[in-house]
Design a protein around this ligand. Sequence first.
Ligand SMILES: [Zn+2]
Length: 272
Amino acid sequence: MCNHLRVRPLQKLTQSQPTVGNPGTLMENVASFNFFDGLESLLVHKYRAAPVVYRFRDHPGVKDPIETMGIPHTEVDVILANGRSVGFDYQLSHGDTIAVYPPFSTMPAVPLVRLSQAITSPATFVLDVHLGKLARRLRLLGFDTLYRNDFTDAELLRLAVEQERILLTRDLGILKHRHLMHGTLVRSDVVDEQVRQVLDRYHLHGQIRPWLRCMICNGLIETVTKGEVLHCLEPKTRRYYEEFQRCTGCGQIYWKGSHHKKIKKWLASMLP
Ligand SMILES: [Zn+2]
């Protein structure tokens, strides 16, 4: 006997792709987005598809959906809409195919509108609280680098915007702030890879000026006579070294001790 079994109507199964927006609302327009050269790894989980299908009403600017999908505007250099390079203010239309590229991608041979702004020279930085080691390395390379282990997001943004500094961060969210001009998500956990990412991203190899800044406080370093610092030196340092430099900010004294060779080797490894 099987009359207790209920026969359910078969539900129609359809293959669907991830979409943006609340299911069930009326959305007439559809555009598809593709992300290239590492941007796709920044997509928030629910939008991880190729392409991402985006449903919308009216004609929203292209920047908002890109950031909603997880990509901060600071990570975007070129947007192609149906093969044509456009700005962040491009308004989506039904059927659009959007391609999004970070800086230094290999891109189709079409006239390009570059969206990442030129940085000031020499480059200056402000780093979030997770990047203390990177801050010391950038100072060692001579870059003006602000870092404190208690900077708030508001302070980081203020310093980046007001002083036109490049914000380096491990936090994608802060890069979406609309007033931020220059910023980069630092991807690696390994400090030397972090340094290489920053140098490559902003073409900074020509701006490296070792022994210019204090690793501890970012102050400028000046040459001093041995007599000026004699009272601060340990007996062995006093005996074996003649050349000294001092930070104009915190007073840290530098000389060419055993650490100097190690640093020189590291500096050489950072050059292309
Ligand atoms: Zn100092």
